[in-house]
Design a protein around this ligand. Structure first.
Ligand SMILES: Nc1ncnc2c1ncn2[C@@H]1O[C@H](COP(=O)(O)OP(=O)(O)O)[C@@H](O)[C@H]1O
Ligand SMILES: [Mg+2]
Length: 322
């Protein structure tokens, strides 16, 4: 989608004259795509004025993209939706079983959440995907680069190199096409997510990884009094991610840790953190658990996948079938 030759200058939008255009660009909203992916509050912050004006401007940007065929209409017939879904792409995970679980791999225009306890392979899957997304479409990749947002300082280029070599890929090329972004606190992460569209275009990304998506917020917002604000900010961020995925036709993969609750005998010990906010925005949620030397992945709450699970193993290839 991003490779279109369509003119996406902000001046195409009714009501945006040269002054507003300049202000928006200064505020980091550089194109119609950025505007459509923004939230009313962003525009209001940059331009002043009221929320209604800002909302109208976003709507105009969305309509512009709809008319250009770059974005879904708010209302579509089922056959139009099906047609739209044909433009989505799937990225192989490196494990056939895992791909089958996802009906062909990680989807673009969606958020896939990997959740599980520490050591269940979330980051290993992310490393593997960072390499696989670079394969051409006919080999199961997305033919693009990976933006890897690392909040836990667990990204290892050595590991990526090992995975590439074990898969007989040119590791020096693979390493060049994974763009790492280390973030240090929740505000920094929110800022990066706001500017994601720009980076996706700049680096030709087809996959965005956020490993992990809520640990910073969880660490910084402690105590009951701060919960509402935390959830609000997470909600904002995760919806931005989803919109970016849709507008730029990229796959978004986020990880989420669950806490082991050995004290919990009743109820679901495997609830991911983040509550409803994360649950509602993520398109696919995959629960990971240890099973002796292997790992098990279970797809939960999918709109179109029946309950199913698969076994995989963490090896020098990243992840692969048992
Ligand atoms: N090169 C490797 N070969 C085999 N297993 C590995 C390799 N690197 C890491 N692992 C395994 O991956 C697991 C950690 O997975 P990780 O993805 O970091 O967990 P998390 O879910 O916490 O992100 C450990 O059990 C470790 O033994
Ligand atoms: Mg990890």
């Amino acid at each position: 989608m991003a490779e279109t030759v369509l003119d996406l200058d902000l001046s195409n939008i009714q009501g945006i004259g040269p002054r507003k255009r300049e202000k928006l660009i200064d505020g980091g909203i550089e194109s119609v795509l950025d505007l459509a992916a923004a939230l009313p509050g962003d525009v209001k912050e940059v331009l002043g004025g009221n929320r209604e004006g800002a909302s109208r401007m976003l709507l105009s940007a969305r309509i512009f993209l709809e008319k250009s065929g770059l974005m879904d209409k708010e209302f579509m017939t089922a056959d139009e939706v099906l047609e739209r879904r044909r433009t989505l792409m799937r990225c192989t995970t490196g494990s056939e079983g895992f791909d089958d679980l996802l009906k062909g791999g990680i989807e673009t225009q969606a958020i896939t959440e990997l959740f599980g306890e520490f050591g269940t392979g979330k980051s290993q899957i992310c490393h593997t995907l960072a390499a696989m997304c670079q394969l051409p479409l006919e080999e199961g990749g997305l033919g693009g680069t990976c933006l890897f947002i690392d909040t836990e300082n667990t990204f290892r280029p050595e590991r990526l190199k090992e995975i590439a070599e074990a898969r007989e890929l040119d590791s020096s090329e693979i390493l060049k096409r994974v763009v790492l972004c280390k973030v240090y606190n929740s505000s920094h992460l929110e800022l990066v997510v706001r500017s994601l569209g720009k980076y996706i275009e700049q680096y030709g990304a087809r996959l965005v990884v956020v490993d992990s998506v809520i640990s910073l917020h969880r660490a910084e917002f402690i105590g009951r009094g701060t919960l509402a604000e935390r959830q609000q900010r997470l909600n904002d961020m995760i919806h931005r991610l989803l919109r970016v995925g849709e507008i730029y036709n990229v796959a978004v993969v986020v990880t989420n840790q669950v806490l082991a609750r050995p004290d919990l005998f009743f109820g679901d010990p495997t609830k991911p953190t983040g509550g409803h906010v994360i649950a509602h925005a993520c398109t696919y949620r995959i629960y990971l658990k240890k099973a002796a030397r292997d790992r098990v992945a279970v797809i939960v709450d999918s709109p179109c996948h029946p309950y199913s699970e698969t076994r995989f193993r963490i090896t020098e290839k990243g992840i692969e079938d048992v």
